[in-house]
Design a protein around this ligand. Structure first.
Ligand code: FES
Length: 160
């Protein structure tokens, strides 16, 4: 999914709905990210102004929470676990295979914005090692054929 161009009016109306409510920073950022697929960097200043925060505070929250991104991501965000439990069960070869299948390196998004490849310290499902997620769906006890079949399902979706 190619990133949606930023509709400034839409962005402003989201911000206005949360104006003066400092505690609403996270829900506001979630709404911006759901609407545009990421948090556009140019939205930081107006968000900070509306909530009477410093820009650095807004930036800090975005950086702290892995769920927020300042860059557009692919329609499918693939997160491969590189934690110890997954590592000892072959996580490294899963990551290698994923890089090859998607032709992406860690942290990269394809030019067509279909896939983003990321690694995470632990997906919190060590008993299923080695694991990965595609958006919010977990896949565990991975093997190279299972990875190929899971990715095959997503690759079939030619998307928008
Ligand atoms: S180490 Fe991979 S899920 Fe925890």
């Amino acid at each position: 999914m190619k990133p949606k161009p930023i509709d400034r009016q839409e962005l402003q109306s989201i911000i206005d709905r949360h104006r003066d409510r400092k505690w609403a920073l996270i829900p506001l950022l979630q709404e911006v990210q759901e609407t545009f697929g990421y948090v556009p960097p140019e939205s930081i200043e107006p968000i900070a102004d509306a909530l009477k925060l410093f820009s650095t505070q807004v930036q800090g929250v975005i950086t702290f929470y892995a769920g927020f991104s300042l860059e557009p991501k692919g329609k499918y965000v693939v997160r491969v676990c590189r934690g110890t439990a997954c590592h000892v069960k072959g996580g490294r070869s899963i990551l290698r295979l994923m890089k090859k299948e998607l032709d992406l390196d860690e942290g990269e998004t394809g030019e067509d914005y279909r896939f983003t490849l990321e690694t995470v310290a632990c997906l919190g499902a060590c008993f299923l090692a080695p694991t990965m997620m595609v958006n919010l769906t977990y896949f565990g006890k991975l093997s190279p054929p299972k990875v190929a079949s899971v990715l095959g399902q997503y690759k079939k979706d030619k998307g928008d």
